[in-house]
Design a protein around this ligand. Structure first.
Ligand SMILES: [Fe+2]
Length: 262
């Protein structure tokens, strides 16, 4: 009787193609054993599917709270606390949206057309997180100067640090919303300054980010107004954490990737 109840409960969970509990019990011993084995695998499969449903909803990204402490613990000349707090709130929004989007894309029960359309947003949302983390990491409330090691690295491409700054300003005057990104090309071993529209357009394959500067209006409008990007950009150049840039340079020199944790 107990076997019958257990089997009935299990069979209720499975597809109509499966034989019912009564039929299983009436089978010859050898066939009965086989049916029980099938039922065992079936239950394991159901458990795995349930776990899969649980796993696909788990978040992939979590806010890096250390970055927030680093930038908000001291006064940042050229960027108010309110401006930075708003910016970190936006960063949190990218994390929420990227996690939601990734969960949707993993869920095969969501309508295919909807998933296909949402997939277009993936690079925007995920790069929205990663670009902000790179940016917050390469800013500092302290005054830092590029070391001889950093100057030497940029010598071939820019000649001097002043030339590098001129190029940064030029790219920083690009119209639109996006980022100034100093990228190291691991294929040609060269370094470029690129304009990355939004968070993802203009991202080149095999490029490692050494320094990124946010030029979206949300990065400055609170302190500088809608037309204040040039002044904000000058302030940003003074807030570059050259120690972080050097750490990234050392990573690419050693054939490593500039990752979130590097
Ligand atoms: Fe931003």
């Amino acid at each position: 009787m107990i076997i019958f109840i257990v089997l009935s409960a299990a069979v209720a969970d499975i597809s109509p193609n499966f034989i019912d509990a009564k039929t299983i019990l009436n089978q010859p011993p050898q066939q009965f054993a086989k049916s029980m084995e099938n039922q065992h695998f079936r239950s394991k499969k159901i458990a795995k599917l349930n776990k899969h449903q649980e796993d696909i909803s788990k978040p992939d990204y979590f806010p890096n709270t250390e970055l927030k402490s680093k930038l908000l613990s001291k006064e940042m000349q050229g960027m108010s606390k309110e401006l930075l707090e708003d910016h970190f709130q936006l960063y949190d929004g990218y994390i929420t949206n990227a996690n939601k989007l990734l969960a949707t894309l993993r869920n095969f029960s969501t309508e295919k057309e909807y998933r296909t359309d949402r997939r277009r947003r993936l690079a925007f949302e995920v790069n929205g997180i990663l670009m902000h983390e790179l940016y917050f990491e390469n800013l500092t409330p302290e005054e830092t100067q590029p070391s001889e090691n950093v100057k030497d690295f940029f010598l071939n491409r820019f000649g001097t640090i002043d030339n590098l700054f001129e190029d940064l300003r030029e790219v920083g005057s690009t119209r639109g919303v996006g980022w100034v990104a100093v990228m190291h090309d691991t294929t040609t071993n060269n370094t470029y300054i690129n304009w990355v529209e939004e968070h993802q357009l203009g991202m080149l394959v095999n490029m490692e980010p050494l320094l990124v500067l946010d030029c979206w209006e949300h990065a400055f409008i609170k302190d500088y107004g809608a037309s204040g990007r040039p002044s904000f950009f000058e302030a940003s150049l003074k807030r570059i954490d050259w120690n972080v840039v050097e750490k990234r340079i050392n990573a690419v020199k050693n054939g490593m990737s500039v990752t979130r944790s590097s």
